[in-house]
Design a binder for this molecule. Structure first.
Ligand code: AMP
Ligand code: MN
Ligand code: MN
Ligand code: MN
Length: 284
């Protein structure tokens, strides 16, 4: 059986393993196809490409943060050409926003009586992209919460002291950057945005109209019920189906690299499409 894991993070964003370590773990787990999809950056791809073993195929990827009708949505770009300036210029803007947001989060947390978080979060980010995950880890390390789930709930979600609203890319922009980079746009974990059935249908329709290709049906953050539900949307909207663990490493131990259930019957796997083969030719 061929193993696909098309949603994976490294230290280039909020994962705990370096791109090289992720490639070596993937080889140990006999994964056949992996996509490195760090949040808003492709900085880990070069290192991953240098460390990919013979039996593993790497798709350069990214997970782009999008603001759509006030909701934060994640759009994966799979099999992208990372040398595309339109994509890189767009991602650079998102990373600039992240730097500002980190300062703002630290300021708000300081007002709430939690000082010195910026330097701790920056140290954890090790010069890579800074995310809420780094703040979460710093807060847990300092004893403000017992684990990652609790810390998000208490401090880092809307209505809580460390939350700053995102000003991310538009859905149209994110898809355009991915298409400009000859990649495949996929909605990440569509069941996890808390959207009503009507809003989710609206999101999927807009995504398809802008050139989107697939929905992540199997995800490390989907339950079996979510998976069957999203499979239904693939059929209804004639979109392909993708699969990914959303592996982050040690600080999110409930997600496992390469451990993904089979796609439900009746959906069209992204990897059986002509565009997939075309993208893989491009990435070598
Ligand atoms: P950001 O893109 O910087 O806003 O950070 C979002 C990241 O935080 C997600 O990609 C997850 O990795 C992580 N995250 C969000 N919510 C939770 C949660 N409840 N528990 C653990 N990690 C979370
Ligand atoms: Mn993450
Ligand atoms: Mn995500
Ligand atoms: Mn992810």
């Amino acid at each position: 059986m061929t193993i696909y894991d098309l949603h994976v993070h490294s230290t280039a964003s909020d994962g705990s393993y370096t791109p090289a370590e992720v490639m070596s773990l993937a080889a140990q787990k006999n994964i056949d196809y992996i996509a490195l999809t760090d949040h808003d950056t492709t900085a880990g791809v070069a290192c991953a490409l240098e460390n990919v073993s013979a039996n593993l195929k790497l798709l350069p990827g990214v997970e782009i943060s999008v603001t759509w009708h006030g909701h934060t949505i994640h759009i994966l770009g799979l099999g992208i050409n990372i040398a595309t300036s339109e994509l890189q210029q767009g991602l650079a803007k998102l990373c600039e926003f992240r730097v500002w947001r980190a300062e703002e989060m630290a300021r708000l947390l300081d007002l709430a009586g939690i000082p010195d978080l910026l330097s701790s979060a920056q140290a954890l980010a090790q010069g890579g992209l800074i995310s809420r995950t780094h703040f979460a880890k710093a807060l847990v390390d300092k004893g403000y919460a017992k684990d990652m789930r609790q810390v998000f709930k208490r401090y880092l979600v809307p209505g809580k002291p460390g939350y700053v609203r995102g000003q991310w890319a538009s859905l149209e922009q994110a898809i355009a950057w991915i298409l400009a980079a000859d990649g495949m746009p996929v909605i990440a974990h569509p069941a996890k945005y808390g959207l009503s059935a009507g809003k989710l249908a609206e999101l999927i329709t807009a995504f398809k109209d802008f050139g989107g290709l697939a929905l992540e049906v199997v995800s490390g953050s989907h339950s079996d019920k979510d998976c069957f539900n999203i499979a239904g949307y693939c059929k209804r909207y004639e979109l392909f189906a993708s699969t990914g663990s959303d592996f982050h490493g040690e600080h999110m131990p409930w997600r496992h690299l390469g451990k993904v259930r089979a796609l439900p019957d009746g959906v069209e796997p992204l990897w059986e499409q002509a565009i997939w083969h075309h993208c893989l030719e491009n990435v070598g």
